[in-house]
Ligand binder design. Structure first.
Ligand code: SF4
Length: 457
């Protein structure tokens, strides 16, 4: 029956969420941990939580996700999980030999009140952490925030490892936010083109988009090494991409290691990419090379060539705050009308930012943080749209309402490509527009009368 019984009449709900537009904190923490070289993520809670986190990431990235768990049973639930975690740390370093273990908590261990720093100190005192190996941890109670909060908390834990040795390393830190492995690769490509030396973390490229070699490697070659993360305290500056995912880590680098930071939007779309390139140029004192100017020109060319098909099209968006802010700005810049915008992550700041971006539009815009997809569906029933952009869960609304749908964001469980092709930067903008355009034109041609069915568009 899909969602066809969603009522059009909207009644106020205070305590009930239906079809949430978010998932749980540890999934974000686990994704961030996978961007550390040789790191095994560890879920401090029950096996069921860990299985859910791993399977969600596996379904999105189509890669096996290695992670350990404290395997809470009734005893740990009553007396606390310290003994389980100490045992786990010992077993993991002995059996799997990772460079680091990144522990995140779960609802259960947070409710019990397990104190990760205290348990880590005990593990070190009891010599369960071999010399040169690292333990880091982030609190990720899922009854607050979302997967985005969990990601941010783990990035902050990474930044907490940074040390200022008094000698600058001549690099710029980039905290890329929750973007795809392909996007992290794209950031590195852009920085290299501009001649800027960067440290980027987390970096899941080479971890979650690896080639099939026939050989299983528990710790793929990608990821940012612990040594590089520690050295990020010696950088000349930090560019944090996305307020929700990266700002806390960047601010910690600033207060702890005196590395000044700028908080930018994720470079999705023309304007946000312009600001990112300009920030890179400014902090590194370089100029923008011709290759990047050419890529920008191609994006502008596509926008102007195909503007008639974008113009005035109404769009409903679901996703995470950092991505939605840049995507909304991108759509507004090409004269599309993002009229319904939902994120499951709480934060009134998000609603305010979207209202600012859409202020000039000549139409009403619905925006909600801590919203759900049931409400989005109701908005669409009251004000239909030409396109939905969001994660795979939108397919039910798209099918019920017969609306074209572009998959974008997290999770994408039923299509491929997001790991391999970037959607950030000018090249990513081209890919996004191609997907949007193809989707709109496929629908137009499906519905065109014979007289309007043209060979050349
Ligand atoms: S219990 Fe909490 S941490 Fe575990 S899967 Fe559920 S929401 Fe996530």
């Amino acid at each position: 029956m899909l969602l066809r019984h969603t009522p059009q009449v909207i009644t106020e709900r205070k305590a009930l969420t239906i079809n949430p537009a978010k998932t749980c904190q540890p999934i974000g923490a686990m994704y961030a941990s996978l961007g550390i070289k040789g790191c095994l993520p560890h879920s401090h809670g029950s096996q069921g939580c860990c299985a859910y986190h791993r399977s969600t990431l596996t379904r999105h990235y189509k890669e096996p996700i290695s992670a350990a768990t404290s395997s809470f049973t009734e005893g740990a639930s009553v007396f606390g999980g310290q003994a389980n975690l100490l045992q786990a740390i010992n077993n993991i370093f002995t059996v799997y030999e990772p460079e680091a273990i990144a522990v995140h908590t779960t609802c259960l261990s947070e409710t019990i009140g397990d104190d990760l720093p205290q348990i880590f100190n005990k593990a070190i005192k009891e010599k369960k952490v071999p010399p040169g190996k690292t333990l880091l941890g982030a609190p990720t109670p899922s009854y607050v925030g979302s997967h985005v909060t969990g990601f941010s908390n783990m990035v902050k834990a990474m930044a907490g490892l940074a040390e200022n040795t008094g000698t600058r390393n001549g690099k710029i830190n980039i905290l890329p936010g929750w973007v795809e492995p392909s996007d992290m690769e794209e950031i590195k490509r852009i920085a290299a083109l501009m001649g800027v030396k960067i440290s980027i973390y987390p970096d899941t490229s080479g971890v979650l988009n690896t080639p099939l070699t026939g050989k299983y490697n528990m710790f793929p070659d990608g990821g940012t090494s612990i040594a590089e993360i520690r050295d990020s305290g010696n950088a000349s500056g930090t560019l944090a991409l996305g307020e929700w995912c990266s700002a806390d880590g960047a601010r910690l680098l600033d207060t702890q290691c005196k590395v000044p930071c700028s908080i930018l939007d994720i470079p999705v779309g023309l304007k946000a990419t312009d600001r990112f390139i300009d920030a890179l140029r400014t902090v590194a004192g370089t100029s923008v090379p011709d290759e990047i100017a050419t890529e920008r020109g191609r994006l502008v060319d596509l926008i102007s060539d195909m503007h008639q098909y974008f113009y005035g099209k109404k769009v409903a968006l679901v996703g995470d705050p950092d991505q939605l802010i840049s995507m909304t700005e991108f759509l507004v810049s090409i004269d599309m009308l993002p009229v319904h915008i939902i994120t499951g992550t709480p934060g009134k700041k998000f609603e305010k930012r979207i209202q600012e971006i859409t202020a000039e539009l000549n139409c009403e815009v619905n925006v909600k943080a801590k919203g759900d997809m049931f409400l989005l569906h109701q908005w669409i029933k009251n004000e239909p749209v030409d396109l939905i952009i969001g994660n795979s869960y939108c397919k039910y609304i798209a099918r019920d309402e017969d609306i074209p749908f572009v998959r974008w964001g997290f999770p994408i469980l039923d299509r491929q490509g997001h790991q391999y092709f970037p959607s950030i930067g000018y090249m990513g903008g081209l890919r996004l527009l191609e997907k949007i355009l193809n989707c709109l034109l496929d629908r137009k041609e499906r519905d065109d009368t014979e007289e309007k069915f043209e060979l050349v568009l």
